[in-house]
Design a protein around this ligand. Structure first.
Ligand code: HEC
Ligand code: HEC
Length: 205
């Protein structure tokens, strides 16, 4: 008899831990796949582009779940200004964010392991502490950059520098970068392996 309440306490604390840390279960990736259906119109098409300004719609496959959920929250709050993404995020709940994030993150996660591809530009020395030498974010809070579209990375860095994309950490690192640094960094991280990938739309339910 005494064993049962102990087990319940354990399950309860595991659930609480899941709420506290965005990266953890009990996110429901299968539910996420269903809700994410509308996302494939843009994120499920290789080389699909944002019209104005012109850059690739980012790859989500294999990205860290914690970062994906945080990014959706930033669109909803306006810390990231993209109007379409703000509209998408506004219609979703925190639970939806986590379930969708789990779906994109876990189907085929990008894990660090390979050696860096090419010679990192000098400006990358400071970035690798969080984003890894091979572009794989060291924790769920740090987005993986490996294999992301270079033009998307470039516009993200420019948005931090300009302050239109608000993040205290990245504002500091982007502030002193010149356009040439940004181009070199974007190309370096985009070339890293294994890459983020474009998820293909699941069959209609
Ligand atoms: C109409 C096209 C379109 C649709 C539909 C769309 N997105 Fe996006 N998404 C974009 C674009 C463009 C960006 C890059 C915006 C920017 O520069 O911040 C983006 C960015 C993101 C990012 C940030 C990625 C990163 O690396 O920071 C996430 C996460 C995301 N979208 C998730 C979703 C989800 C989840 C859905 C469905 C509920 C969705 N998107 C639907 C076009 C779209
Ligand atoms: C102290 C840790 C840290 C360091 C060092 C750091 N970053 Fe970041 N980076 C972050 C975090 C956290 C985010 C997510 C911020 C957000 O939510 O917008 C981020 C986001 C990014 C993004 C946006 C990714 C996406 O998918 O939209 C790019 C690009 C980036 N960093 C490049 C760099 C580069 C290049 C450097 C070096 C000049 C660098 N970072 C240094 C922590 C760091």
């Amino acid at each position: 008899m005494a064993v049962i309440p102990a087990a319940i306490v354990l399950v309860g604390s595991a659930l609480n831990a899941g709420v506290a840390a965005a990266d953890d279960p009990p996110a429901d990736a299968r539910r996420g796949a269903r809700i994410a259906y509308t996302c494939f119109g843009c994120h499920g098409i290789p080389d699909y582009r944002n019209a104005y300004p012109n850059y690739h719609v980012p790859r989500l496959g294999g990205q860290h779940a914690g970062y994906l959920a945080a990014a959706l929250g930033e669109y909803r709050s306006g810390a990231r200004p993209h109007p379409t993404m703000r509209g998408q995020a506004a219609s979703l709940s925190e639970t939806d964010f986590k379930d969708i994030a789990a779906y994109f993150a876990t189907a085929m996660p990008v894990a660090s392991g390979s050696a860096a591809v090419g010679t990192p530009p000098a400006a990358a020395a400071v970035c690798t502490a969080c984003h890894g030498k091979d572009g794989v974010g060291l924790t769920g809070d740090y987005p993986t950059l490996a294999g992301q579209y270079a033009d998307y990375l470039e516009q993200a860095l420019k948005a931090y520098r300009k302050g239109t994309r608000q993040n205290a950490i990245m504002a500091g690192f982007a502030a002193t970068l010149k356009d040439e640094d940004i181009a070199a960094l974007a190309h370096y991280f985009a070339a890293q392996q294994p890459p983020l990938w474009v998820p293909l739309a699941p069959k209609a339910p």
